[in-house]
Design a protein around this ligand. Structure first.
Ligand SMILES: Nc1ncnc2c1ncn2[C@@H]1O[C@H](COP(=O)(O)OP(=O)(O)OP(=O)(O)O)[C@@H](O)[C@H]1O
Ligand SMILES: [Mg+2]
Length: 255
């Protein structure tokens, strides 16, 4: 009898040990998402975010040698994803060490950057360039203070707006924003479709080409690249935007 009792006690003890050993450890404590992350990454798909982090690292290392960080986003033709990438990269950059980020909408034929942030497009860069507003009047603060934007502003006849980019005021805009911000990201129109894009490029420190994979023909992209290459030493790379999979690919130096 006592043998059976002892065996039962042993079995019970063993089961206890086993249960203790098996007892789940409290889940490893993941670093909690900060308020900044919660706001800036809101609604951003995980893969899209990962690709943008790669893009940020490439841009960071490319821009290290430069004095300032004015970067223009363009493409060969319209609709390749310039605006979504400019807006999303702006958010990702605002998470990093360099925190003062300004987004500027120079895509004057189809100004949409403000729509990604629910901002109004009333007074913007066109009003500044026309001498109808000063810099502090055209800067809007977004995402609870983490980002700033200059929208395109009141639409006008393109015969009037295009030459505005070729003025001293544009030069002052570029210089002053570069002084005030760690990164200035400029959304533009497609380089083959808008004459002002190359002019804007001449004030930049870097130019990124967005190419929608599987859509734009290689010859067309090459023609656009030739225009960018005229802006000597400014070409940073190409973002292959795979719209189908929602993933902007890594920067390529060659297409
Ligand atoms: N990687 C992506 N994931 C999801 N949607 C995308 C992606 N890239 C582009 N799109 C969608 O495709 C459309 C065109 O993108 P976007 O407006 O950014 O292009 P664009 O180059 O700025 O166009 P435009 O030349 O007219 O200014 C938008 O509806 C955008 O949301
Ligand atoms: Mg756009």
């Amino acid at each position: 009898m006592s043998k059976i009792y002892d065996a039962l006690r042993k079995a019970e003890r063993d089961r206890g040990r086993l249960t203790k050993r098996r007892a789940r450890r409290p889940p490893a404590s993941y670093p909690r998402e900060t308020e900044r992350e919660r706001i800036l990454l809101r609604g951003m798909d995980r893969n899209f975010r990962r690709s943008l982090l790669n893009l940020r690292n490439s841009i960071d290392s490319e821009m290290r040698q430069k004095q300032s960080s004015l970067i223009m986003f363009t493409s060969a033709v319209k609709g390749e994803g310039k605006t979504i990438i400019t807006a999303s990269l702006g958010r990702i950059l605002a998470l990093g060490e360099k925190e003062r980020i300004l987004l500027v909408d120079c895509s004057i034929h189809n100004p949409e950057l403000h729509t990604f942030f629910g901002a109004k497009n009333e007074t913007g860069i066109l009003d500044y360039l026309a001498g109808e507003a000063e810099l502090p009047n055209v800067i809007q603060t977004l995402e609870e203070g983490f980002l700033d934007i200059v929208t395109a502003g009141a639409s006008r006849d393109t015969n009037v707006t295009v030459p505005l980019f070729n003025t001293e005021r544009m030069e002052i805009f570029a210089r002053e924003t570069a002084e005030q911000y760690d990164y200035v990201l400029i959304d533009t129109s497609a380089v083959l479709e808008a004459p002002e894009t190359s002019i804007i490029g001449s004030y930049m420190d870097g130019v990124v080409m967005v190419v929608q994979a599987g859509k734009t023909r290689r010859e067309v992209v090459k023609r656009a690249m030739m225009m960018i290459e005229k802006l000597e030493g400014k070409f940073i790379g190409t973002v292959l935007n795979r719209k189908k999979y929602h993933i902007p690919e890594f920067i390529y130096k060659r297409v």
